[in-house]
Structures are given as C-alpha cells and as structure tokens.
Design a protein around this ligand. Structure first.
Ligand SMILES: NC(=O)c1ccc[n+]([C@@H]2O[C@H](COP(=O)([O-])OP(=O)(O)OC[C@H]3O[C@@H](n4cnc5c(N)ncnc54)[C@H](OP(=O)(O)O)[C@@H]3O)[C@@H](O)[C@H]2O)c1
Length: 306
C-alpha cells in the first residue's frame, strides 16, 4: 500500500491522514526533502508505535535527496534533516530526487530562473557514491533514484557499488513509458509510479500542454467506462492498471474515505484487452512540469530521451 501526502494540507490533516492510512494497513509512505509534512508523518508513526499498534519493521519509509544537495558533503546533512523530522533512526529507501543537481545557495530549494545558475557541476554518480555511504552506516536500507531515464540508469549501473533498487517516475495511462518500464524490469529495478491520477490538484490539470491536451485522467470516458463495468471508481482502475503491469504506485490523498477507497483494488482484475485499451490512451503527457525555470537546459535534464 502506498500513500503520498500533500504539501498544501492544513495543520494536523496529514497526521490524521497517516493514522487513517496506518489503520487501513498502508505500509509504504513516500516523502520528499522539501515536504514540510514530515514532522506530522513522524508524529503519526511515533504515536502508533507508542500505542503498541505498529512496529518499525512493518513500515517502508521513503524520502528523497533534493537537487540542491547533490554535492557529496551536502548529502548526509540533508539526509539527517529528513530523518530527524520523521523521528526515525533509519529509512527503508532513499531516492535521489532527480539526476539534475542545483547549486546549493544557502539551502535555497529552487534557484532563480537563470539556466546558468541552475546547474551544479556535481555529477549524479558522485552524489550516488555519497548516498552509498549512508547504507554502509546503516542509516538507509535501500537506495534508489527518481526521474532517471534509461541512459542515466545505464551510466549509474556501470559504475555503482550499490545498485539502485527503484526508480520513481511519473506513470499513468497518458504516460506509459514502455521503454523505461521494460529496461527497469530487465535490470530488476522496481518502478514506482507517481501521479497515478495525473495530479488533479495542479492548476494546469486537464490542460497541461495547451488546446489539444487530454481530459483529466479521472474523468476520461474510457477509464470511467472500465470502472463502471467492474463496479469500481476511476481511481481504483488507475491503481489496478499499475498493479497488473507489475509497477508499484503511490496514490496521494489526505481524504480518509479516499485513503480507504484506494486500498480496495485487490478484488477485481482488468482484462488483457482493458490494459491494452488503457495503454492506448498514451499521449506522452507529463503533468509534473520539470521544464520550468529553464531546467530543460540542464545537462542532466532527463526527459528529452524517451
Ligand atoms: N518523485 C518526483 O519527482 C515527484 C514529482 C512530482 C510529485 N511527486 C509526488 O507526488 C505527490 C503529488 O501527488 P500527485 O498529486 O501527483 O498524485 P496523484 O496521486 O496523481 O493525485 C493526487 C490527487 O488525487 C486526489 N485523489 C486521491 N484519491 C482519490 C480518489 N480515490 N478519487 C478522486 N481523487 C482522488 C487527491 O485529493 P485529496 O488529497 O484531496 O484526497 C489529490 O488531489 C507529491 O506529494 C510528491 O511527493 C513526486
């Protein structure tokens, strides 16, 4: 079970959502460096453990190293900050958020819109080597990446001491990335699909790239028709789509009823034809905009090769 938590939630809502999710049997919790909700997530874990209703080894807690901390000397301090906020003494999975390093200017997360300033000259291989030391020190169980393309994975695999266990990328029927999926499977790298519902909370949702953009995923008539046939919701079909493709997914919700709804995905099967129909909706639409702030000029921008 996966749960992603919103950055824009009112105080207390995240702790409540995590407690609802823990009670519902969720085990995998995905966070990011800049996610201010980590303190509330940590508080929910601590409370359930104090009450004797949760053991640490039943959890899979994931966080990410943000782009501003790619310099080897910045890796451990950034990691420890996340760990402390989560009130834990190790993480199950630690991901490099993207292959693109930003300069660390006093810990500022997003550099100014100036493509020259956006690039740090640290190579992600050196960042990875610093992350490997966290495993050696027992602070992290497994390491992975996020938003890496095939050639970046190839480069990492050719030099790394510890192989990336996972690659967290945007995946849904509008962006199925068959070559990346095939490659990761062939190398035993687990794919984790983010934005499985096409990120409906984004202002650009449903209009990500202008006039000819597709309808919001949750409202797509094909998705709705398949859902209706199975007596399920569009959200449940979109989660099931990943499960049957052998891909982990991290639907995000802070709404208790939806947190429960998103677990009810193990009592139906999509047919092979339905999976193919959903894959046929692919229009190479990326909802998460990594090409803002001139990022597409970064030498490690991952999305120009498919
Ligand atoms: N690795 C990366 O580079 C990367 C990049 C971008 C984003 N992310 C992660 O993605 C997260 C954002 O997730 P997302 O918004 O892209 O994810 P999403 O899972 O595609 O969509 C989440 C949205 O769907 C709604 N929702 C959840 N369950 C639903 C249901 N059953 N029916 C209808 N609506 C439902 C949620 O609303 P409520 O919460 O109001 O219920 C929320 O607005 C961030 O927190 C971030 O960690 C990762």
């Amino acid at each position: 079970m996966r749960l992603l938590l919103s950055l824009q939630s009112p105080p207390g809502a995240i702790q409540e959502a995590v407690e609802v999710a823990l009670d519902a049997g969720y085990q995998h919790f995905n966070c990011a460096y800049f996610d201010q909700s980590k303190a509330e997530i940590g508080e929910a874990f601590k409370r359930k453990m104090r009450e004797g209703r949760l053991k640490r080894d039943e959890l899979c807690v994931v966080s990410k190293l943000w782009n501003s901390f790619h310099a080897p000397q910045d890796v451990k301090p950034a990691f420890l900050k996340s760990l402390t906020m989560l009130k834990l003494d190790y993480l199950d999975l630690y991901l490099m958020h993207s292959p693109m390093g930003f300069p660390n200017i006093n810990g500022v997360l997003m550099p100014q819109k100036d493509s020259l300033l956006l690039q740090s000259d640290v190579d992600y291989v050196d960042t990875w080597r610093a992350m490997e030391k966290l495993v050696d020190e027992g602070l992290v169980k497994s390491m992975g990446v996020s938003n890496f393309n095939v050639s970046q994975l190839e480069k990492l695999l050719s030099v790394c001491r510890i192989k990336p266990a996972a690659n967290q990328v945007e995946l849904h029927p509008y962006l199925t990335q068959p070559e990346l999926v095939e490659y990761c499977k062939s190398k035993g790298i687990v794919l984790i699909a983010y934005s499985p519902f096409g990120c409906p909370a984004l202002p650009c949702h449903g209009n990500p790239s202008g006039e000819n953009s597709p309808v919001p995923l949750l409202e797509n008539p094909t998705v709705k028709e398949i859902a209706q046939k199975h007596g399920k919701t569009s959200a449940q079909v979109l989660i099931r789509f990943h499960i049957q493709r052998g891909i982990a997914t991290i639907p995000k919700s802070i709404t208790p009823a939806r947190i429960l709804e998103n677990t009810e995905v193990y009592d139906f099967h999509l047919t092979h034809t339905e999976i193919q129909t959903l894959e046929g909706l692919d229009c190479n639409t990326r909802f998460i905009k990594w090409n803002l702030l001139g990022m597409e000029t970064h030498k490690h921008f991952p999305f120009s090769d498919k």
